[in-house]
Design a protein around this ligand. Structure first.
Ligand SMILES: [Zn+2]
Ligand SMILES: [Zn+2]
Length: 122
């Protein structure tokens, strides 16, 4: 039983490692089932929570969407395709963003999502 659980967890790591964009739990489950058809949703959730706690992966939260997961990396933003619903990573940030903050305010963080059509959908 223990060995089986370990195998299931490794599959989650493998799917996350190969991912080219942030994935939902169900996408991770579907990807993992290709390697291990018996992979269960509860195991995927448990392993994702563990990886978030250890800081190996981070959650991508887009209002109105289920959480997505990606390998933890430096500050960046996302693009959501309104046709296929996929979310893509954008590199870097704009320093000018802090110029939007009114005088006397102190910004601590920000979150930017661009919406539109991805290359495949455009
Ligand atoms: Zn698309
Ligand atoms: Zn930024």
């Amino acid at each position: 039983m223990q060995a089986r659980n370990t195998r299931q967890k490794q599959i989650v790591d493998k799917v996350m490692g190969k991912a080219t964009r942030p994935l939902t739990v169900h996408e991770i489950l579907a990807g993992g089932k290709k390697f291990l058809p018996s992979l269960g949703l509860a195991t995927v959730y448990r392993e994702l929570n563990r990886l978030v706690e250890t800081g190996e992966i981070q959650t991508v939260t887009i209002p109105g969407d289920p959480p997505r997961y990606e390998i933890a990396k430096q500050h960046h933003h996302h693009f959501k395709c309104t046709k296929c619903d996929n979310v893509y990573e954008l590199e870097g940030c704009l320093k000018e963003i802090t110029k939007l903050v009114p005088k006397g305010f102190k910004a601590e963080s920000h979150d930017i999502t661009l919406y539109g059509l991805c290359r495949a959908c455009a």
